[in-house]
Design a protein around this ligand. Structure first.
Ligand SMILES: Cc1cc2nc3c(=O)[nH]c(=O)nc-3n(C[C@H](O)[C@H](O)[C@H](O)COP(=O)(O)O)c2cc1C
Length: 444
């Protein structure tokens, strides 16, 4: 299937964030079906059949997580929703929370039923107060309507959902740091392996942690069935995803498309193409954490495996575009600064490695680069990859490594021109500039 596919962002569901509007568009049909006709095992089987992969970054199969948690022989289990959204260039979760909060709650209630959890916890950042208010209101509405709380829809199933307002730090989006925050501590990632949240999560109990978009898909899959979901996307990356395109395009946009959609069509048809008089230089397809895709690879389909094969990734589908007028070096250096600031500092290789990468890129930027600096960047990336409690350290290494891989000649030019003042434009990836898809039609 080609073209925009408003599955989560169906105008019928998204009239406004209220329960009335959501139910009018068919909302809570999935939950009604689950509670009236299915067992927890049936629900997990349907999610497995749908092939749903987590939308928070790694694309991990959702049903596998749920199965692990459901199989533990303990009385207490938890469901957690990650609405942190800290990856530069990703704006989909804020978009979804603002417009369709009930869809997320519905998916969470279904997850609680599937793994027999008595409570769900939705993490949202304190820096997104509008989202906090919208979610709290949606929770109240669901409680009042008997869709949440005790004896849901008279079926005997009971569950509550906490809207947890957490710290705005990037690291708080890492799932185990998020669990620490939920328990009232500083958001610091836990060491893993051996224990992942599916074994030892919130309060050391088996816990499902999924991204908020993942739960929104669950609600739709349970309403319409796994085969309907699989009609979209590719066999290995089924369904749709909400893409955010920012940077040097004419129209930064948030748009829902089937996975496997052409990057080229997304950039030209929906984001309006390059800025006037410019061409595309490269893309960070999964935010900075997955490295650079050069412009010549613009025909790569937007799905997990195709992007991984090109040395990058889909992440949470926040695509940052660099035009011919942007400085890749300055952009990479600002990302390195982001990782340095975002590191929680508990793992020395991460604390020192992110600081060092930012320092080395900064030296090239300020005219004191050399061949030796390039070698040191390569050395640091090799030394730090995989050496922390979480993926932040590896993300920063990937970013710098892919800069060397694709832009070494440009870096050498910068070094040769040391001292010469150069324009160093950095693309913007802020939310304020976005055109939501309801205001942006293709080729419009
Ligand atoms: C540094 C760091 C930041 C992260 N930030 C987020 C985030 O903001 N939102 C999110 O859903 N996942 C984030 N993740 C990924 C989560 O750890 C986790 O994989 C995800 O919430 C699982 O949900 P999913 O299976 O539905 O994708 C982050 C990971 C790392 C290493």
């Amino acid at each position: 299937m080609e073209g925009p596919d408003r599955v989560l962002t169906d105008p019928a569901l998204m009239g406004d964030p209220s329960l009335v509007s959501y139910e009018k568009g068919g909302g809570y049909k999935g939950l009604r079906r689950v509670l009236s006709a299915l067992s927890p095992t049936d629900v997990i089987a349907e999610i497995k059949e749908s092939g749903l992969r987590g939308r928070g970054g790694s694309g991990f199969p959702t049903a596998l997580k749920w199965e692990k948690v459901a199989h533990h022989r303990v009385p207490v289990r938890y469901v957690v929703a990650n609405g942190s959204e800290g990856e530069p260039g990703s704006h989909k979760d804020h978009y979804l929370i603002s417009r369709s909060p009930h869809q997320i709650l519905e998916g969470m209630i279904i997850a609680c039923f599937a793994v027999s959890a008595k409570s769900g916890h939705l993490f949202v950042k304190e820096s997104f107060p509008e989202g906090v208010e919208i979610l709290k209101k949606a929770r109240e509405e669901a409680l009042e309507a008997g869709l949440l709380g005790n004896n849901i829809l008279g079926t005997g199933f009971s569950v509550d959902i906490e809207i947890f307002v957490g710290p705005a730090a990037y690291i708080a989006g890492e799932e185990t740091a998020l669990l620490e925050a939920l328990e009232g501590r500083m958001p610091r990632p836990r060491p893993k392996p051996p224990f992942y949240p599916t074994e030892m999560g919130l309060h050391r109990k088996p816990t499902v942690v999924n991204n908020v978009e993942t739960y929104a898909h669950v609600a739709r899959i349970m309403a319409k069935g796994p085969a309907w979901f699989r009609e979209r996307g590719t066999p290995k990356s089924p369904g749709t995803m909400i893409f955010s395109v920012s940077g040097s395009v004419r129209r930064p946009v948030v748009v829902e498309l089937p996975l496997g959609f052409s990057l080229e069509r997304l950039l030209y048809d929906y984001a309006g193409g390059p800025l006037p008089g410019e061409s595309f230089q490269c893309f960070f397809t999964g935010g900075p954490s997955f490295g650079i895709l050069p412009a010549r690879e613009i025909d790569t389909p937007l799905e997990y495996d195709a992007l991984r094969a090109k040395g990058t990734g889909l992440g949470s589908a926040g695509i940052i575009v660099l035009g011919s007028g942007d400085s890749v070096l300055a952009t990479a250096s600002s990302f390195a600064a982001f990782y340095e600031k975002g590191s929680c500092g508990q793992c020395p290789p991460c604390r020192l490695g992110t600081e060092s990468l930012h320092d080395l890129l900064g030296r090239i930027e300020n005219g004191s680069g050399s061949e030796e600096i390039l070698e040191r960047i390569a050395k640091v990336t090799k030394m730090i990859k995989g050496r922390g409690n979480c993926g932040l350290i590896t993300a920063s290494a990937f970013m710098a490594e892919s800069l060397l891989e694709h832009f070494s000649p440009a870096l050498r030019e910068e070094i040769a021109a040391s001292g010469e003042s150069r324009p160093r434009r950095i693309p913007s990836w802020q939310y304020d500039h976005f055109v939501p898809q309801e205001q942006a039609s293709a080729r419009g």
